[in-house]
Design a protein around this ligand. Structure first.
Ligand SMILES: *Cc1c(COP(=O)(O)O)cnc(C)c1O
Length: 441
């Protein structure tokens, strides 16, 4: 874009000025609708989520067999929901702002197998693909015990096929580890910002890692291209995959069960606010879709992005979606928040979900590091920087009268609110790397 075009954009969408200036900012979606009005635009239904849930259930015996860390949950990859009252107090003191209601953390950081939210969508899409191939080859029926996939025969069968993906790190970890375990020949195309330990871990699992000097967009394009040249290669498309999206969406009804166990009610009088770190959008978009289907209009989803990578906010606020990148408006897309360093958002997710999201905000790297240190101190929990992006949300929601007015929340409702920060990663960060993170806090 030239400076005239950018100026024009700023005139029409004043929020773009804040983005260009790398200010921490917030945009409350003026065109949110009810679930009923918004659902047709998603193009997916409860039946699609049920199908994904059932598939994950079919694979549970296999996952239990090959990943012992999933034994306790009987092969279901799910994370804990915990309350974090000390962190709530630290946030309130730090910002001199009361958070009305109660603060929770969803520990996707500690999901088995790959230690991030990508253990939902990424692993699900690999399983989907494996099932399809095995069914087509008449090696498997839907009623079989899928533990049979843990055999030399199946590994040899899958080794004829390859899987490729482009990643900033965590998606590569999930897809790489899962694909290699099944026997696929898997290649992960890694962007420059990916951490060394993630590449090392993948190589130790027998995954081919190709490194790029450029960002996520370039790594994805390289993966897409490599897959086009090989008919037996399947490219996992983080930007457009509905399969990936549905793998994430299963989280909604699972969270509902967890809240039931904690005797937490979500209804008109008890709204639920959920804060989701957003990269390309599939993870937070899929989870938000699942949450909307589980809780209807009583759940309010807000996405968080780094000031240097606000691609989803930019795409949705301007209506340009994947037709604009942060680089187009002069932003560098450089952030310590792995997984969030994405310059161009998924057009599919933005278009599907824009009516069902309450808002978006940005925060800078020092703020994420500050939360990282605070959470460690107050709750003795260690997450990676990107996973802390949601922590600012409860403060913003409690503070911004414009948002409260827009949704006509009463003081009583806010008093009974629950706030869930989706802690999206960090469980597998090596101790030494974590010390570096903590030093920056
Ligand atoms: C990938 C990732 C996200 C965001 O998911 P997207 O699907 O890219 O939007 C958030 N946090 C962490 C730690 C991630 O790895």
């Amino acid at each position: 874009m030239d400076s005239n075009q950018i100026q024009n954009l700023v005139t029409h969408y004043p929020i773009v000025k804040d983005l260009i200036e790398l200010k921490e900012t917030i945009w409350f979606n003026p065109s949110f609708t009810t679930l009923e009005q918004g659902l047709p635009y998603v193009g997916l239904t409860q039946a699609d989520i049920d199908d994904a849930r059932d598939r994950l259930q079919r694979f549970a015996p296999y996952l239990m067999a090959v990943f012992p860390e999933t034994l306790a949950a009987k092969g279901i990859i799910e994370s804990e929901l915990i309350d974090i009252p000390n962190m709530q107090q630290s946030l309130e003191t730090h910002f001199d702002q009361k958070i009305t209601g109660k603060l929770w953390l969803k520990k996707d950081s500690h999901l088995p197998i790959s230690g991030s939210i990508k253990a939902r969508g990424g692993i699900y899409e690999v399983l989907y693909r494996a099932e399809q191939l095995a069914l087509q080859a008449n090696l498997l029926t839907l009623d079989d015990d899928y533990a049979k996939l843990n055999s030399p025969k199946f590994r040899e069968f899958f080794s004829q096929y390859s899987i490729a993906v482009g990643s900033t790190g965590n998606l590569g970890l999930s897809i790489g580890i899962m694909s290699a375990k099944l026997g696929f020949d898997v290649t992960v195309h890694m962007s420059a910002d990916a951490r060394q330990w993630k590449k090392d871990k993948l190589r130790a699992h027998g995954v081919t890692v190709i490194e790029y000097e450029q960002d996520y967009g370039v790594a994805v394009e390289a993966g897409r291209k490599a897959a086009l040249e090989n008919p037996n290669c399947f490219f996992i498309d983080d930007e457009n995959s509905k399969t990936l999206f549905l793998g994430y969406a299963v989280a909604g009804e699972r969270l509902k069960k967890q809240l039931d166990q904690h005797h937490i009610v979500v209804d008109q009088a008890h709204p639920l606010f959920v804060y989701l770190p957003c990269g390309v959008g599939g993870g937070p978009g899929g989870v938000a879709f699942g949450l909307k289907m589980a809780f209807g209009d009583h759940v309010h989803c807000i996405f968080a992005e780094p000031t240097h990578s606000p691609c989803m906010l930019l795409g949705v606020a301007t209506g340009l979606h994947d037709e604009i990148s942060v680089q187009d408006i002069g932003i560098d897309n450089i952030t310590a928040a792995d997984g969030l360093a994405v310059g161009r958002a998924s057009g599919f997710v933005g278009r599907a979900m824009q009516r069902l999201l309450d808002g978006f905000y940005t925060l800078d790297d020092p703020t994420m590091y500050r939360f990282l240190g605070m959470l460690n101190q107050s709750e003795n929990l260690k997450l990676e920087p990107s996973a802390l992006a949601g922590m600012l949300g409860p403060i913003l929601v409690s503070k911004h009268q414009a948002y409260i007015d827009l949704h006509q929340f009463t003081a009583q409702q806010l008093q009974h609110a629950n706030h869930i920060v989706w802690g999206t990663g960090g469980g597998m960060v090596p101790a030494e790397e974590m010390q570096n993170y903590l030093a920056k806090a």
